[in-house]
Ligand binder design. Structure first.
Ligand SMILES: [Cu+2]
Length: 147
């Protein structure tokens, strides 16, 4: 009888010991889950922020050039050296094309945009590359790349 009682006590101890171990393990798992969940959430948020920033940067990196009869919308377009811009050309009136010979840029209705990295400081002539009418020769603007 006495022996049995001892055995029972040992078993009880084992059970409570196991339970304590189980609780401990579960709390560790919970902490790990929280940390992992948090880091996933954090990386998702930071990814979104990065994407939003990239989009914002993209929106600002466009150089629009609009042609009409018989001029471009600005006499001078200014960019900074090192800028990587998407030149977007459009016709507001008439059908024109634009060319910057020194930078190998040629855009028209069919090919309306081109990405250009401005790595040379200087003034570059923009002119119409399509015989558009009486004012064609006057369609000259400047692209200025500054330091
Ligand atoms: Cu022209």
């Amino acid at each position: 009888m006495g022996f049995r009682a001892i055995l029972c006590t040992i078993e009880d101890d084992n059970i409570s010991g196991g339970l304590a171990m189980y609780k401990w393990l579960m709390s560790i798992l919970l902490v790990v889950a929280i940390v992992m969940g948090g880091s996933v959430l954090y990386s998702t948020i930071s990814e979104r922020v990065t994407a939003a920033e990239a989009e914002k940067k993209d929106a600002g990196s466009t150089l629009k050039i609009v042609a009409s009869n018989f001029q471009f919308d600005q006499a001078e377009y200014k960019v900074k050296k090192g800028d990587k811009l998407k030149i977007v050309f459009s016709n507001k009136e008439g059908v024109h094309a634009m060319e910057i010979k020194d930078l190998n840029v040629k855009l028209d209705k069919a090919t309306a945009s081109q990405e250009v990295t401005f790595d040379k400081v200087g003034e570059f002539e923009i002119h119409c590359a399509l015989l558009c009418g009486t004012g064609h020769d006057k369609m000259i603007s400047k692209l200025v790349v500054t330091e």
